[in-house]
Design a protein around this ligand. Structure first.
Ligand code: NAG
Ligand code: NAG
Ligand code: NAG
Ligand code: NAG
Ligand code: NAG
Ligand code: NAG
Ligand code: NAG
Ligand code: NAG
Ligand code: NAG
Length: 705
């Protein structure tokens, strides 16, 4: 009988250095030196090119090797604000929102160096992630251990009898555990937890199977001094599997070859450019290991909820709100989320997410009355956030207790996949804590996530699972979003897919199509269709069901039409990155009118939502830039992308709007207007995510912490 360490992931992971081709620390130093030289070279290149070319071919030389060069001056103890005064300098004189592409320099055999998509109806520019303006505000951050002291408790999982044990690593201590339980009902079911009294346990204590999560405390024997608090989640196998086996025996025992497991590994707010910029190790790894990338992946809605709902339900935002009623108690429980389908077909399911109050289904929403998946460690997240010491970075808990917040999610993912290695599983593991507010902070987790990938690989998960490494959208606010490239940053999330080798052999045509689709326009609706397709791989395309929110979307294992445009992909004009833009004079007679109408529409929105008591009326103060959309098809109206400032507080907005020259009116959906500067501190008086973008609270000064 063998056992191995699991919850105590620290010791089980393969270190990033050993996975590096040459191994060892010296190589890391060498790497830094090379990257510094490379950085200088890049800067020279950038300086000499920046006046004429904003897009640098990404394949001639590898800019991804150069990210380490910027600087390392990062101090996790100082909270970074999203918009410091000098960042304003870069944003206030913007003239050209979307860098132009010089046609003559790009047309040719290597057109995809400059475009993610270059098809008859879609020209999606591929920007240089290492452009000068982005590098100027990017500060590489380092991974700091949250608690360097030695683990007083190790968790050991015994494969043989499928039990967890708690091992104390010191002789002269005693430790107790408080079981964490889901508690509360109705509206509070997803927001409350209960801690049972601390129970002392003996050495190599077998964790009872009903215990899913604990907070532990270890004390010195002689004077009972508290030495260490910690927290662990357990994926208790028998509990759910026993039940499921009787539920649908036929499926659970099938080989992985007929039922691939699905692992969704999501990082919030990660664009393709920012991924390459902040996570060079992962970027390189995914390419080297032959993951399939969708370079034409375009978000379909503003923030996390609509995009993840499109992926998990196939609904557009209107239907996500009306069918799934996230603001009503038990609304989401009745929502046909994809993991339910998987569960009904015998899969074991899990969903975990960090940052309790701001989780996808909880931020200004009611969450779930009943756990939505077999494994749902939300009580653990609520408990660690409340009970353990936190270190905030950019106002999000970064370290919680002895670990990075994201590591609780990743450790859980490792356990879930490992414990159920011999069953078909569907797990979604989503993190916000290191990527949502500070676009540079993911650089601190790059090597760490690579370690997790190696652990999955070592545990054999890659042989049975289709894995999505993806995001919902790019950075939506803050200094990165305010750059010229911000429009594209926001709209182009990463999406990589891992296919097990048996799958590649069994379905070569799917793999071929997937490779082709790398540079076609795709959306979260296609991913929804794909995840459904995985459940019936032998069903022909014509018989597969289509996402309700986008009936022309389909599994990406089938070729996406060359002629696809954003509408075909379920992406509305405002979020579409297929258009080319042309600089427009700020003095054209109708530009002021358009901008004023945008402000008026926003004020009308505040009135309609009864927010004028708490939110100030906006006044147009400056038009920063205007671009006119060059449509590939003839259009009845001109479309403009306008970036403008309003008082109070120099609030910075960006809107894409149609202009009807006959009626002299714009058409705009106010909720789609983007707010580019950081606004969370100014909008605390309102709850609604959309209203927050437009509300400058009267009394925000007093609300500031
Ligand atoms: C750009 O392309 C056009 C047509 O292909 C050609 O006539 C023109 O000379 C090119 N200009 C430059 C600067 O290369
Ligand atoms: C099995 O599932 C049923 C209904 O889903 C539940 O009531 C029961 O407690 C479960 N049994 C175990 C052992 O988990
Ligand atoms: C069990 O699996 C079969 C397919 O093998 C499926 O048709 C049936 O609906 C499943 N039953 C349950 C209760 O999920
Ligand atoms: C999975 O199955 C293999 C072979 O049947 C067995 O050796 C292994 O212990 C099982 N693993 C788990 C986690 O159940
Ligand atoms: C959303 O989908 C429904 C039906 O699926 C459709 O009637 C509606 O027009 C769509 N809404 C938007 C904004 O596209
Ligand atoms: C775009 O237009 C603005 C305002 O008219 C102007 O200042 C700027 O130089 C233009 N940029 C380019 C690249 O033409
Ligand atoms: C905007 O609203 C103001 C005040 O209500 C009004 O005077 C003005 O005519 C409006 N402008 C436009 C362009 O609608
Ligand atoms: C608007 O707000 C006021 C007080 O804030 C409240 O009395 C009123 O009912 C609200 N009206 C609507 C339509 O929500
Ligand atoms: C818009 O209308 C004005 C007058 O109504 C006219 O002078 C102008 O040329 C028109 N512009 C376009 C682009 O059609």
């Amino acid at each position: 009988m063998h056992s191995f360490e699991m919850a105590n992931i620290k010791y089980q992971l393969i270190k990033a250095e050993t996975a590096w081709p040459h191994g060892g620390r010296i190589v890391v130093h060498k790497f830094l030196k090379i990257s510094a030289l490379c950085g200088i070279f890049l800067l020279i290149v950038c300086y000499s090119w920046s006046t004429c070319v904003t897009i640098i071919p990404s394949q001639g030389y590898s800019p991804s090797d150069c990210t380490g060069s910027t600087n390392d001056q990062y101090d996790a103890s100082t909270e970074q604000t999203e918009s410091s005064p000098d960042e304003k300098i870069y944003t206030s004189t913007r003239a050209q929102l979307i860098p132009f592409i010089r046609r003559n320099e790009t047309l040719g055999p290597n057109i995809l160096d400059n475009y993610f998509v270059y098809t008859s109806q879609c020209r999606m520019p591929a920007l240089n992630p290492f452009a000068r303006d982005a590098l100027r505000i990017f500060k590489k951050t380092t991974y700091n251990t949250c608690d360097p002291s030695m683990d007083l408790i190790s968790v050991v999982y015994d494969d043989g009898n499928q039990r967890y044990k708690l091992h104390m690593n010191e002789p002269k201590i005693k430790c107790c555990y408080k079981a964490i339980l889901r508690s509360g009902n109705g509206a509070e079911a997803d927001n409350k937890f209960k801690l049972l009294p601390c129970t002392y346990f003996p050495q190599d204590f077998v964790v009872p199977q009903r215990v899913d999560a604990v907070i532990t405390e270890c004390r010195r024997l002689k004077d009972k001094k508290l030495l260490q608090q910690d927290a662990f989640g357990f994926v208790q196998p028998a509990k759910h599997v026993g039940n499921r086996t009787t539920l649908n025996n036929s499926i659970v025992d099938q080989s992985p070859e007929s039922r691939p497991s699905v692992l969704l590994w999501g990082i919030d707010s990660m664009s393709r450019m920012n991924f390459q910029r902040t996570m060079p190790l992962m970027y390189k790894y995914l390419r080297k290991e032959n993951w399939y990338e969708l370079q034409g992946y375009n978000k379909m809605g503003d923030n996390t909820f609509p995009n993840l709902m499109a992926l998990l339900t196939g609904f557009n935002n209107t239907r996500s709100m009306s069918v799934c009623r996230p603001k009503s108690v038990a609304g989401l429980d009745a929502c046909p989320l994809l993991w339910q389908t998987y569960r009904q077909l015998g899969y074991i399911t899990a969903y975990a997410e960090d940052w309790g109050r701001f989780s996808t289904f909880n931020y200004n929403k009611k969450g779930f009355v009943k756990p939505p998946t077999d494994y749902y460690p939300r009580p653990l997240m609520l408990a660690v956030e409340k009970e353990l010491k936190k270190v905030l970075v950019s106002r999000i808990p970064y370290c919680v207790g002895r670990r990075h917040y994201a590591e609780y999610i990743y450790d859980y993912a490792i356990q879930f996949t490992r414990v159920h290695k011999n069953q078909s599983t569907f797990g979604m593991f989503w993190t916000n804590s290191f990527s949502h507010n500070d676009f540079a902070l993911p650089s601190s987790m790059d090597a760490k996530i690579l370690e997790y990938m190696h652990t999955l690989q070592k545990n054999g998960i890659f042989e049975k699972s289709i894995i999505l490494f993806f995001s919902d959208h790019g950075m939506r606010f803050g200094p990165l979003r305010s750059l010229d490239s911000g429009f594209l940053e926001e709209r182009m999330p990463i999406l990589y897919i891992w296919l097990p080798n048996w799958f590649r052999h069994k379905y070569p045509q799917f793999v071929h199509n997937l490779q082709l689709n790398r540079n076609r326009l795709t959306s979260p609706f296609d991913i929804h269709a794909t995840l459904r397709h995985i459940l019936e791989l032998d069903t022909p395309l014509a018989e597969l069901s289509r996402p309700e929110g986008c009936p022309s979307c389909h599994s990406i294992f089938y070729e996406v039409a060359e002629s696809r445009d954003c509408r075909d992909a379920g992406i509305t004009d405002h979020w579409c990155t297929c258009h080319t833009f042309k600089n427009n004079s700020l003095t054209d007679y109708h530009i002021k009118e358009i901008s004023q109408q945008l402000i008026n529409a926003t004020n009308a929105y505040l009135v309609a939502n009864n927010l004028t008591d708490v939110c100030q009326t906006l006044r147009l103060s400056n038009i920063e830039s205007v671009q006119r959309k060059i449509s590939l098809k003839a259009k009845a109206f001109e479309s403009y992308l306008v970036r403008y400032e309003a008082q109070p507080e120099n609030a910075l907005f960006e809107a894409s709007t149609d202009w009807n020259n006959k009626t002299q009116r714009i058409s705009i959906s106010v909720p789609d207007i983007s707010r580019l500067d950081s606004y969370s501190q100014l909008s605390k008086c309102v709850e609604d995510n959309i209203a927050k973008k437009f509300c400058i609270c009267y009394d925000y000064a007093e609300l500031k912490p």
